[in-house]
Design a binder for this molecule. Structure first.
Ligand SMILES: Cc1ncc(COP(=O)(O)O)c(C=O)c1O
Length: 415
């Protein structure tokens, strides 16, 4: 929906900004609920949700009220002092998650880095791994962020090229799905993790569903098998739920689909109520107590403003029934997408309101399809060349989804 006004901003971004993204050509000015408007007043339904950071909807009135009132009282103190919003937030997150201890940061990548430090310290100080020998096993196709350490164990060359030297201490195993097994009993992925384990392994770090890799959903029982493996070998199981957590998959946490409990959990994105960055690493006292004053920190991590907003965002997850809506609307959306009879669709998969449509590569490019959907008033984003992901705000209504399904069907059928 390009116009001269929009072209002007797009040109400015290209001229003065680093070209580390490739946005769709639309300039967004305003958001409310599940909708976004561009600078020309065109209205769109948001199917991206800032890569799953907008669960409560844009500009939730209660969250705005919380942000405004806390910002006029106290916003930033650093952790040089105690504050009520931080203490209350820690207690709330610990209570809803069942983890004894919480360490807050700002971005997802920082919380992942925190989990790596925690796993290594536990490896050295609790498990007795010789200094500087700790190893963490990750999965093929992972996405955990963009710091130099995190891209060190990425399997995507575009995240790594020209950024070496990389951090050692990581091994890569196969994510579930690589072997196309029908049942978890003969899943080669578990075997692949087992083969990478040695006496220096301190943790396995995975996403319960791989988001950036194209919403790859593991076979049922995969996390349970990983849990059993970690128990048998005295290894921490750390789950990155930065995208999948806080209701996105139709449960509070994605690991709850399997009734297991990880040793460490990483949260971010929606924790900030679509207003502020705040992330967290959660674990047991045994793991967390290896952090001592001075060993780790962040100036903005746990600031009272973000803590207050995050506390409210947690309350609203339950008060607004966002988890339930994600489950019900997710099942509805998935079934409707599966009913679209189109030769361009190879597979539709997902959990809750987190759905990937894999396209037949020979038929169409996912980015072109996103542009066509944009012209119909739907904001979507591809991941890699072949998958369109649909991740609307968790408060989306059935009426809005029905409208979206009509538009998606129309676009898919025109090809
Ligand atoms: C699973 C996962 N981990 C980590 C990150 C990194 O989070 P951030 O961009 O806030 O650093 C992301 C971001 O998309 C993610 O999806």
């Amino acid at each position: 929906m390009s116009s001269s006004l929009q072209d002007n901003y797009i040109k400015k971004e290209s001229l003065y900004g680093a070209q580390n993204y490739s946005p769709l050509s639309v300039v967004i000015e305003q958001g409310e609920g599940a909708y976004l408007w561009d600078v020309d007043g065109n209205k769109y339904l948001d199917m991206v949700s800032a890569y799953s950071a907008v669960s409560h909807g844009h500009s939730h009135p209660e969250l705005i009220k919380t942000l405004q009132s806390q910002s006029t009282k106290l916003a930033i103190t650093s952790r040089a002092f105690y504050t009520e919003p931080f203490a209350t937030f820690l207690e709330k997150l610990s209570n809803i998650s069942g983890f004894e201890s919480v360490l807050t940061m700002n971005t997802g990548a920082e919380a992942v880095e925190t989990s790596i430090k925690a796993a290594r310290r536990w490896g050295y100080f609790s498990k007795g791994i010789p200094e500087d020998n700790a190893e963490i096993i990750v999965a093929n196709g992972n996405f955990h962020g963009r710091t130099t350490t995190i891209v060190s164990f990425s399997s995507d060359s575009s995240y790594k090229d020209g950024f070496g030297p990389f951090t050692p201490g990581f091994k890569t195993a196969d994510y579930c799905g690589s072997c196309n097994c029908e049942s978890i009993e003969n899943c080669l992925s578990i075997e692949s993790f087992e083969k990478k384990i040695n006496k220096n392994t301190c943790a396995i770090l995975v996403e319960p569903i791989q988001g950036e890799a194209g919403i790859r959903v593991p076979t049922e029982g995969w996390l349970t098998k990983l849990r059993e493996l970690c128990d048998a070998k005295n290894i921490l199981l750390i789950l990155d739920e930065i995208q999948s957590g806080l209701g996105r998959t139709g449960k509070l946490f994605a690991f709850q689909h399997e009734n297991i409990m990880p040793d460490g959990l990483i949260l971010g994105k929606a924790l900030g109520g679509a207003l502020l960055p705040i992330s967290a690493f959660l674990s047991s006292k045994e793991v967390m107590d290896h952090f001592k004053p001075g060993s780790h920190g962040s100036t903005f991590g746990g600031n009272p403003l973000a803590s207050k907003v995050a506390s409210k965002a947690i309350d609203l997850l339950f008060e607004d029934k966002l988890i339930e809506n994600s489950k019900n609307m997710g099942e509805y959306f998935l079934s409707k997408l599966r009913q679209i009879d189109s030769k361009i669709v190879k597979e539709v998969r997902g959990k809750g309101l987190w759905i990937g449509v894999e396209l037949n590569e020979s038929e169409v490019n996912a980015k072109d399809l996103c542009l066509m959907l944009l012209n119909e008033g739907l904001l979507c984003k591809e991941t890699h060349k072949t998958v369109i992901r649909f991740a609307p705000p968790l408060m989306i209504s059935k009426k809005d989804l029905d409208w979206a399904i009509d538009k998606i069907t129309k676009v898919f059928k025109t090809i």
